[in-house]
Design a protein around this ligand. Structure first.
Ligand code: ADP
Ligand code: TRP
Length: 329
């Protein structure tokens, strides 16, 4: 069975972008692949060097993974820092990762701009740690959103380079995976761009009904079209895109027709959108709260995941050490 790996950094709660860009695929793929889904707590140190309560943030994501339907009996769910073999593979990959190529990564350049006082080596080598996460389990598919494309390109490059340097076809090249032909980009409702934690425009799975309604009703719109079938401006495209993701095709078509005939009432559309988001989020929120209260269960899931992931990682590391020429454990 083919192997799948993906992870999310524990820097906040999961939002609709995370769900439709990544977690939805996790839930589907666990039935068809040998899946490893982890919580990238080492990666979060690149932007959050003094985690206030890293264990708590990790548990938040763990509860949310489980509430979304990732089943620990089907997929291996683990915490990155529980599998120390990943750090050793990261070290080997870094020895063959070059400053120039790492500096060219867009997300690195963005971070240099957004946190100029903390341009640390972890940020620079973010793609080699991500590559280690993936190839340590010999994954061939990686469900991630569109924004991870460049990191995926780097992961393929590092896998290929390892094979070339040591003269062996050992790692295969991992491919990004999307549920539909095109990667989903869940938009924000503030006029432009994607939904994201750092964008401050996220609708979280754990948000209550009132909060969701408030966030949706605040969405940026305009005064409406004056010509039939006119092109939609970006803010309106975003509103429709979100509706396309969470509402039924009939609902989408109804408001799209209203738009095209210049009869659209954005207030009605937002009310419907908020209702549909709530219908999606409410049962998940209830499960999150239930699971988060069960510490013993979460501990058990993490322990089981750590064991399974370590076993798979240790096997790769034994082989990698042998390939490079170190003593194999
Ligand atoms: P954030 O942008 O909120 O910091 P992350 O970078 O932690 O989110 O992303 C975790 C996962 O969710 C990644 O696979 C990423 O591609 C996906 N993701 C995040 N935001 C979106 C979005 N708006 N649309 C699609 N996928 C997304
Ligand atoms: N970079 C990913 C993000 O920001 C998180 C991540 C770390 C990841 N390691 C990974 C995703 C390995 C997929 C596979 O969301």
């Amino acid at each position: 069975m083919e192997t799948v790996v993906s992870g999310i950094r524990p820097t906040g709660n999961l939002h609709l972008g995370n769900y439709f860009g990544a977690v939805k695929s996790f839930v589907k793929m666990q039935n068809e692949y040998n899946c490893y889904f982890f919580i990238a707590d080492w990666h979060s140190l690149t932007t959050h060097p003094h985690p206030e309560n890293i264990r708590r943030s990790v548990k938040t994501i763990l509860a949310e993974y489980l509430a979304c339907g990732i089943d620990p009996e089907k997929a291996t769910i683990y915490i990155q820092s529980d599998v120390r073999e990943v750090a050793e593979l990261y070290l080997y990959l870094n020895m063959n990762a070059y400053l120039g190529e790492l500096e060219r990564v867009t997300s690195f350049k963005d971070k240099v701009r957004s946190q100029p006082n903390n341009v640390n080596a972890g940020l620079l080598t973010y793609p080699s740690l991500m590559a280690a996460d993936i190839i340590i389990h010999k994954a061939v598919k990686v469900p991630v959103g569109k924004d991870q494309e460049q990191n995926m390109e780097m992961a393929r490059k590092f896998a290929r380079r390892f094979n070339t340097i040591y003269g062996i076809e050992y790692f295969s090249e991992p491919a990004s995976f999307h549920l539909s032909e095109k990667a989903v980009k869940v938009p924000g409702l503030d006029g432009s761009g994607k939904m994201g934690k750092s964008e401050g425009n996220a609708i979280y799975l754990v948000d209550d009904e009132k909060t969701i309604r408030k966030k949706v009703m605040k969405a940026v719109t305009d005064s409406g079209p004056t010509e039939p079938n006119s092109e939609k401006p970006e803010a309106i495209i975003n509103l429709f895109s979100l509706m396309d993701i969470v509402s039924t095709p009939d609902t989408y078509a109804y408001f799209n027709d209203k738009y095209n005939s210049c009869e659209i009432c954005y207030g009605d559309m937002k009310k419907q959108l908020a209702e549909d988001i709530n219908a999606f989020c409410t049962p998940i929120r209830e499960r999150i709260l239930e699971i988060a209260a069960d510490e013993a269960y979460m501990e058990k899931v993490a322990r089981m995941g750590a064991e399974k992931a370590t076993e798979s990682a240790a096997k790769t590391l034994r082989e990698v050490r042998e390939i490079i020429g170190f003593k194999a454990y």
